[in-house]
Every structure is written in structure tokens, then in C-alpha cells.
Write a protein that binds this ligand. Structure first.
Ligand code: SAH
Length: 513
């Protein structure tokens, strides 16, 4: 190869991140640069690693950010640099996605490319509204039509043959021309009582639908204030919409939740919320930057277990656990070095996630406070420790000030070793998209698992009206930090994903939309 890169022309589906293909999901991780459209949802954008280069060439009806030729040029230029270019488009790139046009220039310059089909809104959006686009009893063909034929060109919609076909008709880009389209069909002989539907923001939390007879659809959609992006469906299959209604009926259906979390930690919470029907934006508001080399830690590790009859090791985050053990491996040490001294070794964890992380390394914590809080961990250890014990705390650089006082008060000898710093990160483009969602009232809750996630969030999303945010927090300290910004606060009963999820169901589950 001559150093030329490659372009992947990939579909991202209609919006729900769960409808990304496995291949596209992988490309989001492996590409060098991602060139994406306006229709890519915040949920999907939030999956893009913050260090990745992104270009938003988003087009919205009438407001072209970047003209088509320029997009073609960008793809060519980046591939010529030898880079892996992911061209990410809504739905399927070859279904009214101008995918063909984007390949012309690449083919001309012999730039290698691959096409990754996506789930098209033409079938997926009706599906999320309970409408099967074909059904043995109602429709034996499906016609996908653009409601926006090429201006000034010879193309117009051939209503007569569409009506004659008797199949299901799906119109994309048809909202501004909806009245004309429906009139066109009825003029060509479509019965005005034929069932029809329009679905806005399909597969997303803000999904709305209007189901009506074709003759009244335009008026009813107008009254409901339906706007783009939306899909119009005309045909007998729309009769099934009420019977097969499902997306909004899920426990958290129609809800959009922003999950803030340290980058490296697992997104088990996001998975749980998605399984209940929520759309989840994962904002990696804080990331951990490991302190390296860490002489204090090295010294601490070498002396551990030799300084008192009982020595404690305290962890306050899963990231801390991971970094601690990685550092140990780096020093060519393992747990035997920590246990090899004369001291009895005891381990404390702040909450269940940290406890779980320790378990992953074969260690069962001796002390985990009932309530997730730094002072509680300090008090619990103080209550269990033998007098004169040595306590080593391994945690973030500016960890909670409330952990140490109870330990010191009990006369314990404390060594506080920082393992990592907390830094903030997010793409400017993604920030803008999330800000717009907040402004439109489309984010129902934000989750915070520690005071530093609150700090990270307000630092990253500095232009928001924080007092309008519903914050679901783990622990009183986290809540106290959110309180500073006058957020509307709910505190989960326990420091666990289950408790956070239950809290969401209780607070959002029954809310009318
Ligand atoms: N290639 C895309 C279609 C691009 S044209 C695909 O295969 O889905 C853009 C049109 O797609 C919009 O005007 C709208 O009609 C439809 N569309 C895309 N995403 C949608 C969504 N989430 N909800 C409703 N309509 C959507």
C-alpha cells in the first residue's frame, strides 16, 4: 500500500445507540477521524472517545453547514494522509443518504473504502411506533420515497403508481411537504380513510407519533407541532400502531438520562438504564490521570506490613484499586509482598463498586461502611482497627477531607498516598449538542456518583442553568456538592447501581410527558 488510508462509509441507525451495528461501534473506537452528520444522536456522539478527532458536517433541512463537495474533499484529503476515516451517517448510508455521491471522488482517486450498512429509519422508526412496514394481511410491498425530490430536476413523486401499488408508503424528509404529499396521494385515488402515521424523533427518548386517517394526518400533525426529523407512513399497517405500541411503555421509555462517570469505570449503570428503555448519554466528565512515577506509593508498598502489628489499606474508588494493582505489577510485586511482613493486613473499601473491584483481584474487603461516605469509612475503620495500627490510604489527589479526621482522632498513624489526578474532558461539539438538549428540556436526570463527578460536570458544561437539573446522587457528599449549584436533588439510598436504578424508576418512571 502507498500509505493511503481508507474510508468507512457507515450508517449509525436512526438514533438509539443500541441500533448501531457491531461493526460501526468498533469503527468508532478504531478510526483516526470521524466525520458525522446532524442526525447523529447525542447518545451515539457520547460514545466517541474524547481524544478522537471529529468533524461535524451536519446538515439540517435548508441550513447546510458544509456543502456536499466539501464533505467529499474532506474524506479524500484525510484518507490521502493515510488515516482511517469513519464517515458516520444517519440510518443507512445508501437510503437517501447521498452515500453514492460521497464515494464518487474516492473511487476516482482509488482510495480504498468499505460500506457499513446501517438500520434505516424507514423501517426502524415505524417499528418503534408499533408499525410493521409489511404484514401478510395488510401489505405485500414497501415503497420508500423522498418527500424532497431534487429541486429543479425532472424528478417528482409519481403518486399514481404509488397508489396503484397498494403497498406501505414511507416518506423520508417529508415533513415540510406533508400536506402536498397527502393531497397528491388522494388526488391520485388514495382513500382518505386509509390509516397513516407520522413519527418524530423515532427511536429516541423524544419520540412522538400521530396516527390518523390520511385525510386528516397533516392537520393533526400540525396541531401536535410535529417537526423534522420525522417519517410519514401511509397504509393499512398503521392500523396496528395502537395494538403494538411498546417503546414509550417501557419503565423508563421516553426518558433521557445523562450519566457522568470517570472514563475508565464501567458503564454498568448505563446498561441497566437502557435495558429499562431509557436513552443514556454517557458523559465522561472526569478521567483519571495516573501519577507516574509515584515515589510515595513505591515507598509505601515496600514498607507495607512491616510497621505495626496491624496495617490497613483503604480504597475509595474502583479506579484507585486498578491503578494500585497496576503499579504493583509495574514494580514487579504482587500481593505476597504486602502480606509477607509481620503485620496483620486489613482492607477497607468505601462502597460496593470499590468492594467489587477488590474482589476482582481476589481480595475481600474487611470493612465497607453501610453508607457510601468518606467520613463513614474513616469511622468504620477507626472502630475496627487495633490501637496503634498503621493506615495507608490510596486514592485521588484531592480526595475528600473527611476521611482522615476520624482515623487521626482514634490515634491511628495515617499515610495518605495520591494515585491519580482527576481531569475533565469532552468534545466541544458534543457539549453543544447536550446543551441544546438541556435547553429543550429533553434531559430528565443527571447521575452523579461522587463529588468529583459533580465538579467535573459543572466544569465541563459551564454554560448550563444548573438549577434546572434533576441530579440523582450517590451519597450525601455528592448531594452536598450538587446542592452548591442549586440542582434539584434525589439521593439514592445505597451506593449501588441497583439503588440508583430504583431511584430513577421511582422519580421518573411515572412522570407524564
Ligand atoms: N439515510 C437515512 C435517511 C436520511 S434522510 C436513513 O436510512 O434513515 C433524513 C430523513 O430520515 C429525515 O428527514 C427523516 O425523514 C428520516 N429520519 C432519520 N432519522 C429519523 C428519526 N430518528 N426519526 C424520524 N425520522 C428520521
Amino acid at each position: 500500500m502507498d500509505g493511503t488510508g481508507k474510508v468507512w462509509l457507515a450508517g449509525a441507525g436512526p438514533g438509539d445507540a443500541g441500533l448501531l451495528t457491531v461493526k460501526t461501534r468498533e469503527l468508532i473506537e478504531t478510526a483516526d477521524i470521524i466525520v458525522y452528520d446532524a442526525l447523529i444522536s447525542a447518545e451515539i456522539l457520547s460514545l466517541i472517545p474524547p481524544e478522537k478527532e471529529v468533524v461535524n458536517v451536519g446538515k439540517r433541512a435548508g441550513r447546510h453547514l458544509v456543502p456536499q463537495d466539501e464533505i467529499n474533499e474532506i474524506l479524500l484529503r484525510e484518507a490521502k494522509k493515510g488515516r482511517k476515516v469513519l464517515r458516520l451517517k444517519g440510518g443507512d448510508p445508501f437510503v437517501f443518504g447521498r452515500g453514492g455521491e460521497e464515494l464518487e471522488l474516492l473511487a476516482e482517486h482509488q482510495v480504498p473504502f468499505e460500506i457499513v450498512p446501517g438500520i434505516t429509519s424507514a423501517s426502524a422508526v415505524p417499528a418503534y411506533a408499533g408499525i410493521p412496514v409489511t404484514h401478510r394481511d395488510y401489505a405485500s410491498s414497501l415503497h420508500i420515497v423522498t418527500g424532497h425530490p431534487r429541486q429543479g430536476g425532472s424528478e417528482t413523486i409519481d403518486y399514481a403508481s404509488l397508489v396503484k401499488g397498494k403497498g406501505t408508503l414511507v416518506f423520508l424528509m417529508g415533513i415540510t411537504a406533508m400536506e402536498a404529499i397527502l393531497d397528491g396521494l388522494m388526488d391520485a385515488g388514495l382513500d382518505g380513510d386509509t390509516p397513516a402515521a407520522v413519527i418524530e424523533n423515532g427511536t429516541l427518548a423524544g419520540q412522538r407519533r400521530v396516527v390518523s386517517a390520511a385525510g386528516r394526518l397533516a392537520e393533526e400533525a400540525h396541531r401536535a407541532g410535529i417537526g423534522p426529523p420525522a417519517v410519514i407512513v401511509v397504509g393499512e399497517v398503521c392500523r396496528l400502531a395502537d395494538r403494538f405500541h411498546w417503546a414509550e411503555d417501557r419503565p423508563l421509555g421516553g426518558k433521557q438520562i445523562l450519566v457522568t462517570r470517570p472514563r475508565q469505570s464501567s458503564s454498568a449503570l448505563a446498561g441497566k438504564l437502557r435495558a429499562l428503555g431509557a436513552q443514556v448519554i454517557e458523559l465522561p466528565s472526569i478521567a483519571t490521570k495516573v501519577i507516574s512515577p509515584n515515589t510515595a506509593l513505591q515507598r509505601g508498598m515496600k514498607q507495607f506490613g512491616t510497621r505495626a502489628a496491624q496495617e490497613w489499606l483503604l480504597f475509595t474508588s474502583p479506579a484507585g484499586v486498578r491503578i494500585f494493582f497496576e503499579e504493583m505489577t509495574e514494580l514487579k510485586m504482587d500481593m505476597r509482598h504486602m502480606l509477607g511482613g509481620p503485620a496483620q493486613v486489613k482492607v477497607g473499601a468505601i462502597g460496593s463498586a470499590t468492594e467489587r473491584a477488590l474482589k476482582g483481584y481476589g481480595i475481600l474487603a474487611d470493612v465497607v461502611p453501610d453508607v457510601y461516605c468518606a467520613a463513614c469509612l474513616g469511622e468504620a475503620v477507626a472502630a475496627h482497627a487495633m490501637p496503634g495500627s498503621k493506615v495507608t490510604v490510596v486514592r485521588a489527589m484531592s480526595g475528600s477531607e473527611e476521611l482522615l479526621p476520624p482515623l487521626l482522632k482514634a490515634g491511628l498513624d495515617v499515610d495518605d498516598i495520591p494515585l491519580y489526578e482527576t481531569v475533565y474532558e469532552a468534545h466541544e461539539q458534543i457539549k453543544e449538542k447536550i446543551e441544546a438538549l438541556f435547553k429543550q428540556g429533553q434531559i430528565d436526570a443527571v447521575t452523579f456518583t461522587s463529588a468529583s463527578t459533580v465538579k467535573g460536570f459543572v466544569h465541563t458544561m459551564d454554560r448550563l442553568d444548573f438549577h434546572k437539573i434533576h441530579a440523582v446522587c450517590i451519597g450525601e457528599q455528592t448531594a452536598a456538592e450538587a446542592e452548591k449549584y442549586r440542582m434539584h436533588i434525589t439521593v439514592a439510598k445505597e451506593a449501588s447501581i441497583e439503588s440508583m436504578t430504583a431511584c430513577m424508576l421511582e422519580n421518573l418512571g411515572t412522570k407524564e410527558r
